[in-house]
Design a protein around this ligand. Sequence first.
Ligand code: 5GP
Length: 192
Amino acid sequence: MVGKVYIISGPSAAGKTTLVKKLCHEFPSSVAQSVSCTTRKPRSGEIDGVDYYFIDEKQFMLKLQKNEFIEHAKVFHHYYGTLSKHVEDLVNKGFIVLLVIDVQGALQLKKVYKADYIFIAPPSMEELKRRIEKRSQDAPFNMEERLKVAVEEMKHKDLYDFVIVNDNFDTAYQQLKAIIIGEENGEKIKSI
Ligand code: 5GP
């Protein structure tokens, strides 16, 4: 059996990571998140090989030269890239593979890679601002910059096949599950 790939994007703090983690947790034998390479340092609690492959810039550039990434981007001053072989291996094992990547990476892929593209949006920019503010109390990062990038990312949401508005977490989760698990079970979901 050969699995299928879904590309998931959305602004920082829209909730995409939590939604995807829950889906992988509920369906561990059929849904897997692709583990990207990044040059950013691990945050507290993050594990190398689980959350990301944490590598330095020299290692990243070497992989880039060797064409090991199906897409890559620089996000908030760090490089991120999806390893072709890693995705291919998961697909060949029959997993539904979720690539949680930024809009720049998704747009690169859209031209060349057949997949379903899902955008996780906040209910409003005010709410997103509130969530980013809340997060910045736990992690030191530039809030203005995150907001600026979020505004840019939101401009591309209509290029995606599905847009899920994460107002209520449980509702957004059921929608994500319906798209991914429903589709795999033969239900054709056109819009949500
Ligand atoms: P974080 O550092 O907060 O985990 O992720 C920052 C941003 O980078 C998020 O939007 C995340 O989805 C994105 N990202 C993570 N891995 C990749 C990747 O392999 N490629 C691209 N283009 N973006 C990625």
